[in-house]
Design a binder for this molecule. Structure first.
Ligand code: KIV
Ligand code: ZN
Length: 528
């Protein structure tokens, strides 16, 4: 039986999903669960792209021991050095180097003649090999690249020491038959290709990412790149759960296995959905809440007499848990730990204690706290800022709303100790509160923030349900800052989320200023 390696890129390509940004702690929690799930490689980030990505790769490399930890790099020495630095403490590390090979990317994006692309690919793969003997090379936009040219670049990369060659369908353009022909051609015609691992990386713009990845396995790829819940740029990447279950359910066709413990799939899917704030669509294969539900009477009858009539796999095969535990004010850290573990959270003791404290606080008011509430509270604890990072603190918020006048809000905060008041109006109370906060930011601290995303979920039923708010601000340079908030009061949950986003933006600005001043000081100190 062939063994297909699962290369998970949820933390890198998945995180490039609009609205899916994760902080370092959240990435580490997801990486630990990916380890439990049994993925072979975790692509933890693109270290040169930001200090957050660098830290995430470094922390994942320190915390996760079994899978190979991979960092992405463009074909540039600086990118590769940064990736190597972030991966320094990994048990096993991989550097993933990419450069585009399609005409449109070379002309319009790289502005580089083809010969230079060939030269760069060879030089950078060889440079990456100085840091690790596990180097992956990707010709970006491979499926729109001239076949012979792409093969030439791959040959050069293999000669320079690439141990895995990944074929990305960057814009989700190919079809199963066409992709399969390309993969076979590489395997058969490129010198050295039979001795390295061939990999596929498919995007879902035409809804074919999983089908194309399976075609690639059939054509000889031994590694597939995918993300949990199919997260990723635009329409996403190939979904890990769909690929793994397809290989498992159709062993008769693919004659291949993965190292995935499928009973961890559901927990992983929930974890990623909770931490990114991106809901899984109800009818999503494998992990949607309708995936194992039977509505029609004729189906229900069949399933009751023998589940195999309408189910090709069981909910238990993917670790689906229907039963909800109820947590009360007497539940201890262990019960909370158990609930969270079943949802993929593997947390530090202090984090658990803080979650338990907040769960108890909620239980004192609400009597019982459902599993979903515990998970949402965990999400907020993981999103917590340190006391030094809390530059703005909420003191008071009041809103007026009704059907015959414009909603208005007043917010009082302290900014680094100073008392500041802001007012705003809007189409509703949340909009008004957002304007009041933006007024404060504009007049007292500077960064012009635009509310790019706002999501609100009532976690348990009823009018006193806990509300979970999720926001994303964007500044003038398109940096995004997110925040979570949870409260019985929708407005307070929303304001808390906005304050966290605003604090992140301020900290970012402060750090940028400090490093600009640092380089100015360094320049002053340079002998003239
Ligand atoms: O889609 C793509 O081409 C990528 C590469 C960096 C592999 O994500
Ligand atoms: Zn991609």
């Amino acid at each position: 039986m062939r063994r297909i390696r699962i290369f998970d890129t949820t933390l890198r390509d998945g995180e490039q999903s609009p609205g899916a940004s994760l902080n370092v702690e959240e990435k580490v929690v997801i990486a630990r669960q990916l380890e439990r799930l049994g993925v072979d490689i975790i692509e933890a980030g693109f270290p040169i792209s930001s200090s957050g990505d660098f830290d995430a790769v470094r922390h994942v490399a320190e915390s996760v021991r079994t899978p190979v930890i991979c960092g992405l790099a463009r074909c540039r020495e600086q990118d590769i050095e940064r990736a190597a630095e972030a991966l320094r403490s990994a048990q096993r590390s991989r550097i993933h180097v990419f450069i585009a090979t399609s005409r449109i990317h070379m002309e319009k994006k790289l502005r580089m003649p083809p010969e230079e692309v060939v030269e760069n690919a060879g030089r950078c793969v060889a440079f990456a090999r100085k840091y690790t003997d596990d180097v992956e090379f990707s010709p970006e936009d491979a499926t729109r690249s001239d076949l012979d040219f792409m093969c030439r670049v791959i040959e050069v990369a293999i000669r320079a020491g690439a141990t895995t060659v990944n074929i990305p369908d960057t814009v989700g353009y190919t079809t199963p038959e066409e992709f399969s022909r390309r993969i076979r051609h590489i395997r058969e015609k490129v010198p050295g290709a039979a001795d390295i691992t061939l990999s596929a990386h498919c995007h879902n713009d035409l809804g074919l990412a999983v089908a194309n990845s399976l075609a690639a396995v059939d054509a000889g790829c031994d590694q597939i790149e995918c993300t949990v819940n199919g997260l990723g740029e635009r329409a996403g990447n190939a979904s890990l759960e769909e690929l793994v279950m397809s290989l498992r359910m159709r062993r008769d066709i693919y004659e291949a296995d993965t190292g995935i413990d499928t009973r961890e799939i559901w927990a992983t899917s929930r974890l990623v959905s909770n931490l990114t704030g991106i809901e899984v669509q109800r009818n999503k294969a494998i992990v949607g809440i309708n995936a194992f539900a039977h509505e029609a009477g004729i189906h229900q009858h069949g399933v009751i007499s023998d589940p195999r009539t309408y189910e090709i796999m069981s909910a238990e095969d993917v670790g689906w848990r229907g039963n909800q535990l109820v947590i009360g004010k007497h539940s201890g850290v262990h019960a909370i730990d158990e609930v969270l573990r079943q949802r993929g959270y593997n947390l530090e003791r202090e984090q658990l204690q803080e979650i338990a404290r907040r769960v108890k606080e909620t239980a004192d008011r609400e009597k019982v706290v459902a599993e979903e509430d515990v998970v949402a509270i965990a999400g907020v604890v993981l999103d917590e800022l340190s006391p030094e990072e809390r530059l703005i603190e909420l003191k008071e918020v009041s809103v007026m709303t009704g059907n015959s006048f414009t909603a208005s809000a007043t917010i009082r905060v302290t900014i680094e100790g100073r008392d500041v008041l802001g007012t705003g109006t809007g189409v509703g109370p949340v909009d008004a509160a957002s304007h009041a906060l933006q007024q404060i930011l504009r007049s007292h601290v500077g960064p012009k923030l635009e509310l790019k995303e706002y999501g609100l979920k009532a976690i348990t039923g009823g009018t006193n349900a806990l509300a979970h708010a999720h926001i994303e601000f964007s500044d003038e340079s398109k940096n995004s800052f997110r925040g979570e908030g949870i409260d019985e009061d929708v407005i307070l949950a929303s304001v808390q989320a906005m304050l966290r986003g605003a604090n992140r933006a301020l900290n970012f600005k402060k750090l940028a200023l400090r490093s600009a001043n640092g380089s100015a000081d360094a320049a002053k100190a340079e002998p003239s």
